[in-house]
Design a protein around this ligand. Structure first.
Ligand SMILES: Cc1cc2nc3c(=O)[nH]c(=O)nc-3n(C[C@H](O)[C@H](O)[C@H](O)COP(=O)(O)OP(=O)(O)OC[C@H]3O[C@@H](n4cnc5c(N)ncnc54)[C@H](O)[C@@H]3O)c2cc1C
Length: 388
């Protein structure tokens, strides 16, 4: 392996470039924009920065958020303290930092759009801008709108959701998450350095209808949106059945991040999975696994895709299911408000410490305790015998 070409310089591509170049491989990375403000909340969970501490140990501007307010229509609000804060970056800053780290390890960074990939013997010829480049292997990191049809995941309309919003003036110390009726998604207010990002994502609903819902929400909250910069993009959200044959690798290439569909189907978290898959792709190349195509797929599955697959089975129930004669989001807000045990589970979900595969077991194990907490908080203490 002499030269690896990385197509796309977002978090996935930049981190793969850093890993491979620092191990001594020749790396050329192409991005049509280089560092840019990609539509994104920019939120990094504990799971991300505990595994990759450089994400917080740096001088790039960022915010540490220690409180989230969850709200649902008939349930009011619940404050969720975050012992493990969420870290929020502007994407321009985050992408720039990651590209600079890649360049510092010796990766060659080129501002060019890759428009064509041709197999050439065991390697590749790539058309990048007006020039051609040769490579022995390609890492595909072109994001959710990957224009290269022969490589990366094949997103169907059922495997993605629109995500859109406004950047508005303002500041607040907390994150807001608002659930809405019959929406498989949510509205967010994320405080960034110098402004707020207010957005919505929703599966199975057209972008125009999501935009209307968001504007109604903002008007009701007194958040001015007319004239504010608007953003919209696509968020991979693979259906359960799509994980099995998800095209993450092929002869001479591996896809990372959004280009491989690697996004949490419930929370929409994708930054961690872009970094992690880049790390695993780099390890696959560096260990010289004879069967790279399968090796990478197996690494992904063992590491996190089995859990995301599980999450995609839960997603509809989380947002649109019913529990104890109410909607699940309403119950989630009420339980978070009244039960410290349930609140601890929600905290772990936010931090990325609670896998979906063991969530049901933990919820059931804690159900009696959570109901007990709720009874106590409602003033039933004299009716309920003290627990040891
Ligand atoms: C509205 C919204 C909010 C989000 N909020 C969060 C959040 O708070 N936290 C979180 O973890 N995730 C969030 N996500 C998901 C997150 O943005 C993505 O998962 C993440 O950006 C994936 O990184 P990536 O490197 O795979 O792709 P991208 O960041 O999309 O990078 C792809 C890069 O490839 C380049 N490119 C594309 N095609 C070509 C080509 N042909 N030639 C050269 N370059 C090309 C692009 O210019 C781009 O720089 C959000 C997504 C959306 C849409």
């Amino acid at each position: 392996m002499k030269r690896v070409a990385i197509l796309g310089g977002g978090p996935g591509g930049a981190f793969a470039a850093e890993q491979l170049a620092s191990a001594g491989l020749g790396v050329i990375l192409f991005d049509e924009k280089l560092a840019w403000e990609k539509p994104c909340g920019g939120g990094l969970t504990y799971k991300a920065y505990s595994q990759y501490p450089f994400l917080i140990e740096n001088t790039t501007p960022k915010r540490f958020i220690r409180e989230t307010v969850l709200a649902a229509p008939e349930a009011g609000e619940a404050i969720l303290k975050l012992d493990d804060p969420l870290v929020i970056y502007s994407r321009l800053d985050l992408n720039r930092m990651l590209l600079e780290r890649a360049a510092a390890t010796g990766a060659q960074i080129e501002k060019a759009r890759v428009t064509e990939m041709r197999r050439c013997g065991a390697g590749w010829r790539l058309r990048a801008g007006s020039a051609w480049a040769d490579a022995d292997f390609c890492i595909v990191a072109t994001g959710a709108r990957n224009p290269l049809r022969e490589v990366g995941t094949q997103l169907t309309p059922g495997d993605a959701m629109p995500a859109l919003g406004y950047y508005v003036e303002g500041d607040q110390a907390r994150i807001d998450i608002q659930f809405l009726p019959q929406l498989q998604g949510y509205v967010w207010i994320f405080p960034r350095c110098g402004h707020l990002s207010v957005g919505i994502c929703g599966k199975g609903e057209p972008a125009s209808s999501l935009r209307k819902r968001l504007e109604t929400f903002m008007t009701e909250r007194g958040i001015p949106w007319k004239g504010a910069p608007f953003y919209s993009h696509l968020l991979p959200s693979l259906d359960f059945a799509s994980w099995r044959d998800n095209r993450v690798s092929g002869e001479g290439w591996m896809a990372v991040g959004d280009a491989a569909g690697l996004v949490d189907p419930i929370t929409g978290e994708g930054l961690y999975y872009a970094l992690r898959s880049a790390d695993l792709a780099a390890r696959t190349l560096l260990c010289g696994a004879a069967e790279k195509v399968n090796h990478y797929r197996q690494l992904l599955r063992r590491d996190f895709t089995a859990d995301l697959e599980f999450g995609s089975r839960l997603a509809r129930r989380v947002f649109r299911g019913r529990f104890l004669l109410s909607s699940v989001p309403e119950r989630m807000v009420q339980f978070t408000r009244r039960s410290p045990r349930f609140s601890a589970i929600m905290q772990d979900l936010f931090a990325g410490k609670q896998p979906y595969s063991s969530l049901k077991r933990r919820l059931l194990r804690n159900l009696n305790g959570s109901l007990y907490d709720i009874g106590m908080s409602l003033g039933f203490s004299r009716l309920v015998p003290a627990r040891r």
